[in-house]
Design a binder for this molecule. Sequence first.
Ligand SMILES: *Cc1c(COP(=O)(O)O)cnc(C)c1O
Length: 348
Amino acid sequence: MLNFLSDTVTLPTQEMMDAIQHAMLGDDVYGQDQTVNELERLAANMLGMEAACFMPSGTMANLASIMAHCPRGSKVLVGNESDIYIYEAGGASVCGGIVYEPIPTQADGRLLLHDLAKAFPFDEEDPQFALPSLICLENTHNRCGGKVLPIAYLQEVKEFAAERNVPVHMDGARIFNAAVALDLDVREIARYADSVQFCLSKGLSAPIGSIAAGTQSHINKVRKIRKMLGGGMRQAGIAAAPGIIALHTMVARLDQDHRHAKQLADGLARINGIELDVQQVQTNIVIFRVTDPRYSWDSFLQTAKSRGVIFSEMGYGRIRAVVHRHITTDDINRAVQLVEEMMKKGPF
Ligand SMILES: *Cc1c(COP(=O)(O)O)cnc(C)c1O
């Protein structure tokens, strides 16, 4: 199978498995797991943040970060195409009593200041309004096809938020893809957010886990909320050990995924019946449409799968291909060849 389903399908490396076997363990709920402590220090350091907390998933990292920032009855401003709004089961509303205010998402993943401004009431003293307490950005932006938010834009949002006394949370599930694409230290991206979430379990190839990072006082709150949500894990060093290896060995190689994604996009864009703008591909995600009338998006997915290539649907009938460590240059060529054959023959 050529599995373009997601970069979460990446398996731990042998070095990660060895690290798991030899990890120094303790009870992390008491702060006694040295391996977790090491991962948290390393991650905070890399991001240039005061503190970090190891989380079971990106979903919990986002939820705990939002709940730590937002009082009950306040509003969190989220992109209407964001993972937080679409794929996280409404957690902030269910668990935190927080109102999601969906903001239109531009094709490049940005939320315009003009649109964010509309979520702020004219008169904050007027008792009828729920007040915004957090702005969330997504970087890279999944449903916009792995788009990297420009640094100048991050700076604008930071200033806009500071003027209104509201923090910025970055859902940076793939923040290292953004850093590699911009050829910047990840700190140069994280510095425009008050808190960051990133996934160890995606392109970085660790089996489990995410990092929530921010100021020490913010992370103290996150840690308490993590416990409340049932995310306090005991010998969690088992899961943290591969995360340390991921941060040391898997960041620089993301560039290869980005080159493969461009190669895939170039190949697919030349096929009749496929609509794809190669200029839109910035990181490891390729989004395209099937315009051949003999296929619906789901018959395209089914036929491809029956021939050994897995893609997924990413809203509005668009097809998503995610490139990752297990996809080689040959795999890209084989996938392009198969889609070409599918477009020649029609459904089979
Ligand atoms: C995957 C993802 C998440 C959630 O991470 P999980 O570990 O799957 O819960 C959050 N935000 C974005 C942008 C993601 O791609």
